[in-house]
Design a protein. Structure first.
Length: 264
């Protein structure tokens, strides 16, 4: 224990900067930084992970700063890198919960029914909440959390602590990642959109054939019934499609990291 403390004290500035990089991802990500996870657990996980990387990547060069304000700026830069990586993962989870979920709820008649999302502190679509929970379970089942930690490892390996930089193209890269996440959200909702459009066409034909039928009375319950059946039937397809979501997510993480490395 004494050896551990001495090692940390001997490279205190390096360890603090490393902790800011790790904590930025842990606290902000939708995986490790969920609101219902106790803060003490997040702190312990950040410290444990930070010390693990500290032993793997010992300090090899001095951290260059002249004043306390300069060191604070270095800490802010390391924290920004972790938050930027978490931002990418948050976008893809939000595309599932809000983009796809809102489209599905509006199509099957659940648009006026929302549930409180404690993670984002706002109202979330019912079906979006189901998809978000399923995506979270699939993320852990496919060892996505290991790949997320591996991304932190790669950032430290390719970009030494205290040597942070970024390209002016960060805004364009973030916009492109957002567009890709939005397109994935629309693709997830397409089966429900197609079934809803088919029902609308059928309702229109029935109203022309039998004007006495009150389609408003039978239309909404029927759309809910068909929508729930189609949604349930497409859940296995969504499980297979989740691999595409995760690949796009990690590609976005690599592109965002490339911005800070200066390769973009």
């Amino acid at each position: 224990m004494t050896t551990v403390v001495n090692d940390i004290l001997g490279s205190a500035d390096y360890f603090i900067l490393l902790m800011f990089r790790v904590a930025g991802l842990v606290v902000s990500s939708p995986i490790f930084g969920r609101v219902n996870v106790p803060n003490m657990a997040k702190i312990c996980f950040s410290v444990t992970l930070g010390y693990l990387f500290f032993t793997i990547f010992p300090q090899t060069a001095d951290i260059v700063y002249s004043t306390l304000a300069g060191f604070v700026l270095l800490c802010a830069g390391e924290l920004l890198l972790g938050i930027a990586l978490a931002f990418v993962s948050n976008i893809f989870f939000a595309a599932t919960a809000f983009t796809a979920g809102h489209m599905i709820d509006m199509q099957i008649g659940f648009g006026i029914v929302n549930v409180y999302d404690i993670q984002n502190n706002m109202q979330a679509p019912v079906m979006g909440n189901v998809l978000n929970l399923m995506l979270l379970l699939l993320f852990f089942a496919t060892d996505g959390h290991h790949r997320l930690i591996e991304m932190v490892y790669l950032t430290i390996d390719r970009m030494p602590i205290g040597a942070l930089g970024f390209s002016p193209n960060i805004g364009l890269v973030a916009l492109d990642i957002f567009i890709r996440a939005f397109m994935i959200g629309v693709m997830m909702a397409l089966p429900l959109l197609a079934s809803g459009l088919t029902l609308e066409i059928a309702f229109g034909m029935m109203m022309r054939a039998v004007p006495q039928i009150h389609m408003f009375v039978i239309g909404i319950p029927l759309k809910m019934f068909v929508g729930i059946i189609v949604f349930t039937a497409t859940l296995p397809v969504f499980a297979g499609f989740s691999s595409r979501i995760f690949e796009e997510m990690f590609n976005g993480l690599e592109r965002m990291f490339a911005v800070f490395v200066g390769d973009v």
